[in-house]
Design a protein around this ligand. Sequence first.
Ligand code: PXP
Length: 261
Amino acid sequence: MRLGINIDHIAYLRETRKINDPDPLEAIFIAKRSGASQITIHLREDRRHIHDSDISRIIESSFLPINIECSSAKDIVDFICTKKPHRITLVPEKRNEVTTEGGLLLHEGMLPILERFCSNEIEVSLFVDPCDKSIEKSIEISHQLGTKIGVELHTGKYANISLMLSSNLPHTHHSIKEFETSRSALHTRLVQEIHNIESSAKLAFNEGLNVYAGHGLNYFNVAEIVKIKEIEELNIGQSIIARSIFIGLEQAIRDMIGLIQ
Ligand code: PXP
């Protein structure tokens, strides 16, 4: 299983002072040295962290493949097609969300956009909720495009339930309202969510899609996801960058790779 490092949070820190420190570009060299397989960055419509110039500099300098998460906004698609990253991951985007909240609602209207990426030799991945319907639609899209695509299974719900169950989060002001329920009910939902991720991964894999997963994964919850052998890659950001504040980025990445392996 490969590890893609999402470095948006480094750019977030830079934006708190609107200066050029820390520079997310530096992270790509550390990620390579630490054994990561990919750099993942999200070019958001509001450019709240990664900017167009970061994309240009990172693509020009990286020895690792670059995976750009993006919405289907025309100016973003136009820009990315000129930059030709290794892969794009299409994600839903809402202006006021703190992070990508749910998977894509897949529809025919996306085809021309995805065809543009394919004709620019950019691999396509769709960020979807782990459910049969999303996978079946992704398979259909792959057939319509006439090319193998990837699905990245959204592990955010699994991660949130797991946090509410195993940490003191419910007793803090960060408690997640949606999951404020009894421990036994949370446990049932956790088992159900792991089942959803596993069965979606198997369905997608058996139909020839590349299967990835990510969102909210950390040093405590990654083990359950690693057990699903159809998933070939994880994209992880927040937990690794958070840990790097205390122990350094190189060690934080190596620790995560140790758990994945
Ligand atoms: N994968 C996708 C598609 C995402 O949108 C994100 C968040 O930007 C991640 C993975 C990484 O999530 P996290 O920062 O919670 O590890």
